[in-house]
Design a protein around this ligand. Structure first.
Ligand SMILES: Nc1ncnc2c1ncn2[C@@H]1O[C@H](COP(=O)(O)OP(=O)(O)OP(=O)(O)O)[C@@H](O)[C@H]1O
Ligand SMILES: [Mg+2]
Length: 246
C-alpha cells in the first residue's frame, strides 16, 4: 500500500499541480512506483504538466460509471513507466461520488507513493486529505492572505485527527527575500504551524513551460534541485535546506 501524499492549499494558483507533477517525476526518477492522481474535477492539469494529454482515454468518471477497469485509466508516463497518472473527467459539474476515496485507496495498491493533486477550496480537498493522506503537503505563497488561508485549511484537515504535515513555500521572490522585503520564513512556518519541506523561488521556466519534463538545462537548474531535494525528504532522507542561495 502506497504512502498517500495530499498536495493542498485553500487558495487557487499557489502551485499545487506544478509541485505535484514535479514531485511525481522526481520520485519516479528515484525508482519508486508512483501513482499521480489529479482530483481537480473538471479543471484537471496534471495530464498537461506531465506531457500526457494525448494519452488519456479513460478517467475516474469512466471507472465510477463502470465503463472501464481501474487499471485501464492508470496511464504510464512515456519516459518513466513506473509513474502512472489517473485523471478526473475533463469537464464535469457532478458532485464527486462517495466511492472516490475507496477508488483512490485501490489505486494506491502496489505502488510506493500516491500523490493527490487536490483542487483549491475547502470542501473536497479537506475531506480527501482527512480521509486518505499519510502526509499533507500544504503549498503556500509568501503573502499574508495565502498564508492565513493555508493555516485555515490545515486546521480544518487536522480537526479530524492529527496527521503529519509539511509546508512548501512557493513563488518566493529572490530579490525581495534578499532585501528582507517579504515575510520572514521562520515567522511563516510559525503562523502555519508545519515544518518546511521546501522553498521554491519564482522561476520563469516554470511559468513558461511547466516542470514536467525539464530540459537538461532546467534539470541542472536550482529549482529542479530544490524539487529533487523535496522528494528526497519525502523518502526520509536528510537533505539540508539551503535558503541562503535562493
Ligand atoms: N515557482 C514558480 N515560479 C513561477 N511560476 C510558478 C511557480 N509555481 C507555479 N507557477 C505558475 O503558477 C500558475 C499556477 O500554478 P498551478 O496550476 O500549479 O497552481 P495550482 O495551485 O495547482 O492552481 P489551482 O488551484 O488552480 O489548481 C501556473 O501558471 C504555474 O506555471
Ligand atoms: Mg491545480
Amino acid at each position: 500500500m502506497a504512502k498517500i501524499l495530499s498536495v493542498l492549499s485553500g487558495k487557487g494558483g499557489t502551485g499545487k499541480s506544478t509541485i505535484s507533477a514535479a514531485l511525481a517525476v522526481s520520485l519516479a526518477a528515484r525508482g519508486h512506483r508512483v501513482m499521480a492522481v489529479d482530483l481537480d474535477i473538471g479543471l484537471r492539469s496534471l495530464d498537461l504538466l506531465l506531457g500526457m494529454e494525448n494519452r488519456i482515454i479513460f478517467d475516474i468518471g469512466d471507472i465510477l460509471a463502470g465503463r472501464c477497469e481501474l487499471q485501464a485509466a492508470c496511464v504510464p508516463h512515456p519516459k518513466y513507466p513506473n509513474l502512472r497518472l489517473l485523471c478526473p473527467p475533463i469537464s464535469s459539474r457532478a458532485e464527486p461520488a462517495k466511492e472516490l476515496a475507496a477508488l483512490i485507496r485501490r489505486a494506491a495498491e502496489g505502488v510506493d507513493y500516491l500523490l493527490l493533486d487536490l483542487p483549491a477550496g475547502l470542501g473536497l480537498s479537506v475531506r480527501m486529505a482527512q480521509e486518505l493522506s499519510d502526509l499533507c503537503i500544504a503549498v503556500t505563497t509568501p503573502d499574508l492572505v495565502t498564508v492565513r488561508d493555508t493555516r485555515t485549511t490545515l486546521d480544518l484537515v487536522l480537526k479530524a485527527g492529527p496527521k503529519p504535515c509539511r509546508l512548501v513555500i512557493n513563488k518566493v521572490n529572490r530579490a525581495a527575500m534578499r532585501a528582507g522585503g517579504i515575510i520572514d520564513l521562520d515567522e511563516l512556518m510559525d503562523r502555519i504551524g508545519a515544518p518546511l519541506l521546501g522553498v521554491i523561488p519564482m522561476d520563469p521556466y516554470i511559468a513558461s513551460d511547466g516542470v514536467s519534463l525539464p530540459s537538461e538545462k532546467q534539470r541542472s537548474g536550482q529549482t529542479q534541485k530544490i524539487l529533487d531535494a523535496m522528494a528526497g525528504r519525502i523518502c526520509g532522507e536528510y537533505v539540508p535546506l539551503v535558503l541562503r542561495s535562493l
